[in-house]
Design a protein. Structure first.
Length: 152
């Protein structure tokens, strides 16, 4: 499906050229920095969670850092996808995204996709699995998000 691949490529490039939710949130916003030593990508994730880490809602998110188009686009797309969602919904989205990227769960088992969790434009990144070395680029922001959630 070349048309669909072109559309997905354009979505990724648009997020790279025009990143969403770029910047920082002032302290005491939970913040985490992720780094991929293989390629040098860096991602900063800042969160504003109202209502606590377990029952709260992500009311604002900012991302920063530098790196390849995949890491930066994925972080931009992630920031759009999580804003306004409950912490539980965010964790489910992270799990679903990692499943799409063929990342195993904590026990090393494949993640079964939850059809109730919709990825929307994030599906544009599914082609990354064809390039295993780039999967770490795509999930860097997501792992950093989980670290920031632990501070919330």
């Amino acid at each position: 499906m070349p048309g669909l691949e072109d559309l997905y490529r354009e979505i990724i490039l648009d997020h790279h050229r025009n990143p969403r939710n770029r910047g920082e949130l002032p302290p005491p916003a939970p913040h985490a920095t992720g780094h991929n030593p293989l390629c040098g990508d860096e991602i900063d994730v800042y969160l504003q969670v109202e209502g606590g880490a377990e029952n709260g809602v992500v009311t604002d998110v900012r991302v920063g850092g530098q790196g390849c188009s995949i890491s930066q686009s994925s972080a931009s797309m992630m920031s759009q996808a999580i804003k306004g969602k409950s912490v539980a919904e965010v964790r489910a989205l992270v799990r679903r995204f990692k499943g799409m990227m063929s990342i195993p769960d904590e026990d090393g088992n494949p993640i079964e996709p939850d059809p109730a969790v919709k990825l929307g434009d994030l599906e544009a990144l599914q082609g990354v699995v064809k390039y295993p070395v780039r999967i770490k680029c795509a999930i860097l922001g997501w792992n950093t998000l989980l670290e920031a959630l632990e501070q919330a």
